[in-house]
Design a protein around this ligand. Structure first.
Ligand SMILES: [Zn+2]
Ligand SMILES: [Zn+2]
Length: 376
């Protein structure tokens, strides 16, 4: 084995279309752009397709399509928006995946995402299946190949979600290092489990997870401090610092994976796409550390260890997944006095509505479909 780095960008925007007009309305807060989709496309999705590399005098020495060199997922609904409004950007993204397939022996950079951005462990079984199937079908429509990996919104996970993903042919996902519970070598049922936490887990290798007896799915755990440094620290301030930090993170052979919201590169962090391009070029020419994507790495180095995950956890709520159903206490501190007490009644209302709609669907759909759930 040698040393590999994989940078994953999770690109997503919530649906902003007016449900009646199916168009995004004018959003004053996004000025000088018409709406936030337009603004983020201009600040992030576009510049990452043409990221500039400058010399010391500020002259352009290279232009890099970052999507060719990072692992990424675009939310299905965002892909649909791009198709309609920014086809040239979408084309660069699809071409990037094609090129990565050629470079990596058929293993592309793009992975799928559950269709919407729902917190999967909070969904019921039928909704989970729908989210996974729709995510896969949208992926195939755009990338013209089946996905190997799937991103889980907020990396929120439970075993049922993993089982259903594996059954649909998904081979791997990416989680935060806090979401691993215990590990042991594969195929050694007598071996005792070793409890792990974010500090003790060896994230330089993928793990095989058996969410039930019959299926397996592999899991990469991203590098916590580095990923956090991109999103919330100053890592993108300088491409050189960013590259050095990745280099220094290697204490042995294997993979260092970074995962963050893709919008960090350019939207949350202005010129972040240029820092990323610097890092990409740095590792393209690196004598020891190679850029890779998850699928390709997995094809070369299948897991040697097994993992059990901490169910009902996510990358962004220290309280598991309570942030999306009650007043968990998560807060940025920006708005003193702000709380989330409204979340429980809202979640309860959604669940109530879901049951109502299901009952209606169950009663009526049989009149129109042989198999209503397959039709969905
Ligand atoms: Zn997200
Ligand atoms: Zn929380």
């Amino acid at each position: 084995m040698s040393r590999f780095v994989c940078i994953h960008g999770h690109f997503y925007q919530p649906l902003r279309e007016d449900p009646w007009l199916e168009e995004v309305g004018f959003q004053e807060t996004a000025l000088p752009y018409h709406d936030w989709n337009e603004r983020i496309a201009t600040e992030c999705y576009l510049p990452n397709a043409y990221a500039r590399r400058l010399d010391g005098r500020g002259f352009i020495i290279n232009i890099i399509n970052n999507y060719e060199w990072i692992n990424f997922n675009f939310g299905p609904t965002l892909l649909c928006w791009l198709e309609k409004h920014k086809p040239e950007i979408l084309n660069k993204i699809i071409q990037a995946d094609k090129k990565s397939c050629l470079r990596f022996n058929g293993h592309g950079n793009a992975i799928a995402q559950a269709y919407n951005h729902i917190i999967m462990p909070l969904a019921d079984t039928q909704d989970k299946i729908t989210q996974i199937k729709w995510g896969i079908e949208t992926f195939k429509y755009f990338f013209k190949r089946p996905p190997q990996g799937m991103w889980l919104p907020e990396t929120a996970v439970d075993n049922e979600t993993l089982v259903l993903m594996a059954k649909e042919g998904i081979k791997f996902t990416i989680l935060s290092p806090r979401q691993a519970l215990k590990i042991r070598p594969i195929s050694s049922e007598s071996t005792i489990w070793c409890e792990v936490n974010e500090h003790t887990l060896d994230i330089t290798q993928p793990y095989r997870c058996y969410p039930n007896k019959n299926v397996a799915i592999d899991i990469f755990f991203y590098h916590g401090p580095l990923s956090h440094g991109i999103a919330f620290g100053n890592l993108l301030h300088s491409g050189e610092v960013f590259a050095k930090q990745i280099e220094n993170a290697f204490f042995k052979d294997g993979i260092i994976a970074l995962a963050t919201d893709g919008e960090t590169f350019g939207h949350h962090w202005k010129f972040g796409e240029m820092a990323l391009a610097y890092v990409i070029e740095y590792f393209i020419h690196h004598p020891e550390i190679k850029l890779t994507n998850f699928s390709y790495f997995l094809s070369k180095f299948p897991p040697k260890y097994e993992v059990v995950i901490k169910e009902n956890t996510s990358w962004s709520c220290a309280h598991g997944i309570r942030r999306w159903k009650e007043d968990c206490g998560c807060s940025t501190g920006l708005h003193p006095g702000w709380h989330q007490r409204w979340r429980k009644p809202l979640r309860d209302a959604f669940n109530w509505l879901r049951e109502k709609v299901y009952n209606f669907f169950r009663e009526r759909a049989n009149n129109f479909f042989y198999n209503p759930w397959a039709a969905r």
